[in-house]
Unconditional design. Sequence first.
Length: 502
Amino acid sequence: MCGMPSGGSMRASAHEPDLVEPTREDAVAKAGSELIGGPLGRRALLGVSWWTPVRVIVLVAIGMFTLGLVQKAPCYNGAWFFGAGSQYTHACYSDIPHLYQGRGFADGLVPYFDQIPGDMQYLEYPVLTGVFMEVASWLTPGSGSIQDQEQWYWMVNAGMLMVCAAIIAVCVTRTHARRPWDGLLIALAPAFALTATINWDLLAVALTAAAMLMWSRSRPLAFGVLLGLATAAKLYPVLLLGPLLVLCWRAGRWREFARALGGAVVAWAVVNGPVMFFAFDGWSKFYTFSQERGVDFGSFWLIIAQNSSDPLSTETVNTLATLLMLLCCVGVAALTLTGPRRPRFAQLAFLIVAAFILTNKVYSPQYVLWLVPLAVLARPKWRDFLIWQACEVAYFLGIWMYLAYTTSGDAHKGLPADGYHWTIGLHLLGTLYLCVMIVRDILMPERDPVRRSGDDDPSGGVLDGAEDVFVLGPAARPARDTVHFDGPQAEWGKADATSGSL
């Protein structure tokens, strides 16, 4: 099981941590609990039933995932196959059935090695995602009409992605050992259920969540291997190495970071190396496609392009987006090294991935899946989480209504460009709002829900309770802990911090 430092006298023992119940400390969670009988009582018997928090949360997550499948029923029953606009008006679009034939799986073509007829010569997904897609095609019956096969292919992928969703729920629930019920945030997230089967992003999200769990248990090599595999499935997980580097710099944990980095590089190379060597053109398609792709849905770059008589070229946008991302990285590094307390790993992980999403030239609706687990770990506050989710649901509906408008011809059914721009703005503002709340928690640790409960960094692993060795700005002064607040406080920044195992 996992090891974590003692948070003070509020814990009964290292083996039996006092669990944090959101219904006792979160007003929104307390109000919502009235639907199932009210807040947890002080005399409630915890841990004596089969219904442990992990099992409850996994079942809720599977239930919500199933509702997401039901939401796709109009498309499954015909909208994917008849009428270009109906899959948008029903908001049930998915890439999965379309790419079964469009990327050669129906014809038995081998991803990356065999060329695909049409404009897209090779599969434009990272290698591990390509393997996932190929395995699903092996499990798809090859008999019947192409519509039957595409329906089967989507169902097979949905089953595999449901396993990924369950893994995510388990990992997020167990990462913060004293806060298992925070996992209900991810289980009940509406945007998670709505976007789970649009594409194959849940594979990378599950591997990233597992990596975060391993880091929280002070297993840097396992973290690195899982993060390398996640990066072999989607590019964004590699971003987590940036804030981890700065956190380990501040704490002087270079050996652990080196092990994590080495594990990530080796795992990524093992997956990518053979394909890179034997089918370089197919392997590189993902990277060249990402570079050459123009401004697309969901980004503020699209708003600029559609309101400009002389839009920026793709090369210019690539350069500007890279510069903006680098500025965000510098800001996160400065925040890490100058904060009054070392930021929690999950906080910085959310900020860096959010920065990538906000500055990128495209935002597909399923990209919200990247942020949901990190948001739960970074700021487990129901009010802020639901505000952000509402903005993402609005964007989810907005993009499909916009596509319905653009495919309806003179009928103009759906949402015109100006309306779609407002939904993009909602998505951007919702994500920025959550970023601001997290930055405030870093600058004012007494407002951090996790630290107010008596922890330092439960997802930080070797960083949890570690002593600072390199700090800049006011945080470097001896009297840096001058802010007082009511409630339990964690033992933080002490060289003799004790640790136990769970």
